[in-house]
Write a protein that binds this ligand. Structure first.
Ligand code: HGY
Ligand code: MN
Ligand code: MN
Ligand code: MN
Length: 410
């Protein structure tokens, strides 16, 4: 079988170029969705898409598409990921998938070969979901999981005076391309693993078979502010105490339910003063599990425990379900194509489940989708020290290139 090779030097130069946009002192990047840094990254990609003579289309929530051929999605093999990052982001999360997709097209064009049908690249808006909830928002919109109005009216987290629509207009990336009209022929995403498994098993590649389910929940607890010195312990209605109990319980729950991961990632007290019993505590829980039933059971146990502790402490609890994404299985034909191609390229690979959420899990609801992982050094991500080696980056991009070539009949 004919194999194609990417230009590693050119690929790494592009990764370096992009890493300068939103660069942080510690070597990472911060490009929160629809901030100026995200806008600059989008403009950087737009220039590159135009230089490759791709047909550029922007949809109503700012998803950016570059088509080689026509913009008929139904005959398009779509590759991509996201350019937005968390506030303490690494330079590979999301960026790798978009750059690798562009490198695939660059390589094929330089060889003068074109796969059958159209080849497309997409940069999805707000994959990270930290500035606007939920995450994977752009791909959720494209796959029909959220309406245009709901996206546009979403407030910036913590700012009810600023909406997604305001920020999208300011960024200048609002378009009228109908991305929800047709599903692509296939969607492939190259991404860093963001965990330790591939490195631990000394593998080059992970062929992702499924993405675990994700629950994001925000809890607002209301007790009563009181004097830290004069209020007897059994007369307190301490919202801070209840919230801290939930952090401890979450760890216990993950020991009870195997493969469950739980994170109490954000917590704030009011009035948050050294000598005042906290009146309010607001915290979020990120729960994930590869099995939908187990995830639901964990969520129920968590809520039941919270109710009991609130009852004992005389604290009221309100809950907002920010995200409920089921586990998703990827397409077996695409997985087989990735297996065969990785074998031909001589890579050490294995199948795996994704711990992180990805745009591919949204796309899987409308078209055959699959993902390729490459190792993350020390399994670190969402951290400025995130790192993947140029060799692993080259391998992952070669696999994406040859899989697309195979799917395109080359
Ligand atoms: O949280 C996630 O897994 C995704 O990267 N936003
Ligand atoms: Mn990502
Ligand atoms: Mn991420
Ligand atoms: Mn992700």
């Amino acid at each position: 079988m004919k194999t194609f090779k990417v230009d590693k030097k050119r690929l790494m130069e592009k990764i370096l170029e992009l890493s300068r946009i939103g660069a942080l002192k510690g070597g990472g990047v911060s490009r929160l969705a629809l901030t100026d840094a995200d806008k600059m990254a989008r403009e950087w990609l737009l220039q590159w898409m135009k230089a490759l003579s791709l047909e550029v289309c922007i949809d109503p929530v700012g998803n950016m598409f570059g088509f080689w051929g026509s913009k008929d999605l139904s005959s398009t093999i779509l590759m991509g990921s996201h350019l937005d990052t968390v506030a303490t982001g690494g330079i590979y999360d999301g960026s790798l998938g978009v750059i690798a997709a562009m490198e695939v097209i660059t390589t094929l064009k330089s060889l003068g070969v074109k796969p059958a049908g159209n080849i497309g690249v997409v940069n999805f808006t707000n994959e990270e979901g930290v500035r606007f909830t939920p995450d994977m928002m752009g791909s959720l919109f494209m796959s029909g999981g959220i309406t245009r109005e709901a996206v546009l009216n979403t407030p910036v987290v913590g700012r009810n005076d600023l909406t997604f629509q305001d920020e999208l207009k300011k960024a200048g990336f609002s378009g009228d391309f109908d991305s929800t009209g047709f599903a692509p022929k296939a969607y492939l995403e190259l991404h860093i693993e963001q965990g330790p498994i591939l490195e631990h098993k000394s593998l080059d590649i992970g062929v992702v078979e499924k993405v675990q389910g994700i629950n994001w929940t925000k809890f607002t607890l209301t007790g009563m502010a009181n004097h830290a010195g004069t209020t007897p312990m059994d007369l307190r209605r301490d919202a801070g105490y209840v919230a801290s109990q939930m952090g401890v319980y979450l760890r216990k729950l993950t020991r009870e339910i195997s493969r469950l991961v739980g994170t109490l990632g954000s917590l704030s007290f009011y009035p948050n003063l050294i000598n005042v019993v906290p009146e309010k505590a607001v915290f979020t829980v990120d729960l994930r599990h590869p099995d939908a039933m187990e995830l639901a059971e964990a969520q129920n146990k968590l809520e039941k425990y919270l109710l009991a502790v609130c009852g004992q402490e005389g604290v009221r609890s309100e809950q907002e379900n920010l995200v409920r994404f089921d586990p998703v299985d990827f397409d077996q034909h695409l997985i087989a194509t990735l297996y065969n191609t990785a074998t031909n390229l001589g890579y050490r690979f294995d199948k795996m489940i994704s711990g992180a959420g990805h745009d591919a899990q949204m796309m899987a609801s409308i078209c055959p989708a699959a993902m390729i992982f490459i190792p993350s050094k020390d399994g670190i991500s969402h951290n400025e020290n995130e790192h993947s080696s140029p060799e692993d980056i080259e391998n992952g991009t070669n696999l994406l290139l040859n899989a697309v070539a195979k799917l395109g009949g080359l």
